[in-house]
Design a protein around this ligand. Sequence first.
Ligand code: GAF
Length: 381
Amino acid sequence: MRAASLFRERFGGEPDGVWLAPGRANLMGEHTDYNDGFVLPFALGQGITVAAARRNGRRLTLCSRQEPADVVEVDLDGLAPGRVTGWAAYPAGVAWALAEAGHRVPGACLAFDSDLPVGAGLSSSAALECATALALTSLGGLDVPRAELVTIARRAENEFAGVPTGIMDQSASLLCRAGHALLLDCRSLETSQVPFDPAAADAGLLLINTRARHELADGEYGQRRAECEEAARRLGIPSLRSLTDLADTDSLTDPVLRRRVRHVVTDNQRVLEVVALLRAPSGPSADTFREIGRLLTQAHASLRDDFEVSWPEADVAVAAAVDAGALGARMIGGGFGGSVLVLVTETTPVRAAVSEEFARRSWAGPGFLDAAASAGARRMA
Ligand code: GAF
């Protein structure tokens, strides 16, 4: 385990434990979480591992195999938003949010390692938060239910790291189960596990890292959020979740806000359609995944044309994948860079077609990852 060997190199001695929190992909429901809507993410086999040990004193010492130049010392009694910046803001933010929630965080040494590509839109920052949350609560003997850890990890991201995300990514990392997607109602925070095993119907999931880097901290994500809030305000509703019928948006005259609303309403519907398909009493078949594929490609068009968060490499990857016989494909995550999720029956022709289209445009070669719905965050050793 590379996190444990990093721990030994940096701190000497053995860690008290090793924890893993996965990244996520999202099957359906994009930019719906902060609109109180539905999302349907699943955990990846890849994630962030942390080897950690408790120690005396009121400090955290953080190091990461991916940031070899940095060993960050954090004073647990002087934590406040803005005091720690860069990658360490995420684990430090978790310690801060735990303390804000009334938990006594112990002094500790933590060594992180990741097999998630950074900037690929697979939620490496949520994984970093969730791995830290499991390690610190376990080292401190704190009994914090998973649902509360989700809220704590999200506070770390929103209030400490200053990134205005919704609650999907932390929920996926902490609550997903192997072989399932997680249906999350972001208004009630109710969750349920939806069996999701494309391989049983001879289908598969391919993630394409388009290598266009994605950053949620830049302005576009926050701007989409603000537009949705403004649309809800003009419509006189608490959030866009209250809308199920597009006819109810006739009073909204601004064409940009109308497009944003149309995406959110239709994507919420698509989440429920996918869930109904996966839960069909007859069990999922090849037709189920053909239909889900169609919905994926439809969602991509909505994210590209109505929500306007797609990017050229994603549009090319989706078109090339579908032309090469994929069942469907769409960009995932916040947008403006990151990854595309493809539902396939055969990966080889899809990989070849996407690589060829990227090469033709002299773009950096895409990265490919075969994905399967995997287990959520857990102790490894
Ligand atoms: C990012 C955010 F972190 C999520 O909360 C969600 O809004 C997503 O973008 C878009 O669906 O991953």
